[in-house]
Design a protein around this ligand. Structure first.
Ligand code: FES
Length: 181
């Protein structure tokens, strides 16, 4: 195709309107799409076979959210944000592996206190907080991320912070569904 012909094709009004070229590299558009689309949709991230045994986990970062999926003792897959609520230190470090969930406070912190969590994300052990009268452990688990497993074993997450995601998992799937979590 010569240049003149190519220009004619590109300006042909029958092609309809296109998005502005700048949108494809705009940081602002990326962040808008992250918030408005990818933080609300159900996204498939891994397969459950990867997380066979209790404690097996895999870590992910999507649209700036860092989270992991972990196999619980009862066989469910759970997903949580990677940071503790106490001082936002990580509860898992490697990209994947097997872990019990303990906050990884740097040794350099003089008053370091590692909180421990169950594989269900609930706060289990809180050193030195036994005497804090109104401390309610049930309020300080790791933040849960919505996760579902479909009939083919693929794990889906939804980063919507609401208790119930605005977009139903069942409405997002190309295949029939099974419930795990
Ligand atoms: S700093 Fe993470 S639980 Fe205390």
């Amino acid at each position: 195709m010569n240049g003149a012909k190519a220009n004619k094709t590109m300006s042909d009004s029958s092609l309809g309107a296109a998005l502005p070229a700048s949108w494809y590299s705009s940081r602002g558009i990326y962040e808008l799409e992250s918030r408005a689309i990818f933080s609300r949709q159900w996204l498939t991230v891994t397969h459950e076979l990867r997380l066979a045994a209790p404690g097996a986990y895999a870590k992910f970062t999507i649209t700036g959210y860092r989270f992991f999926i972990i196999r619980a003792r009862n066989g469910d897959l759970n997903a949580f944000l990677k940071m503790c609520q106490h001082r936002a230190f990580p509860v898992v470090l490697q990209d994947e592996g097997t872990a019990s969930l303990t906050c990884l406070v740097p040794e350099s912190l003089s008053n370091r206190q590692s909180w421990s969590y169950g594989l269900n994300g609930k706060l289990a052990k809180v050193p030195n907080f036994d005497k804090v009268g109104d401390f309610d452990k049930s309020q300080y688990g790791v933040f849960r991320v919505h996760v579902k497993v479909d009939v083919k074993g693929f794990a889906w997450v939804n980063l919507d912070g609401a208790l119930v995601p605005a977009i139903k998992w069942e409405n997002s799937l190309p295949v029939s569904t099974s419930n795990s979590g």
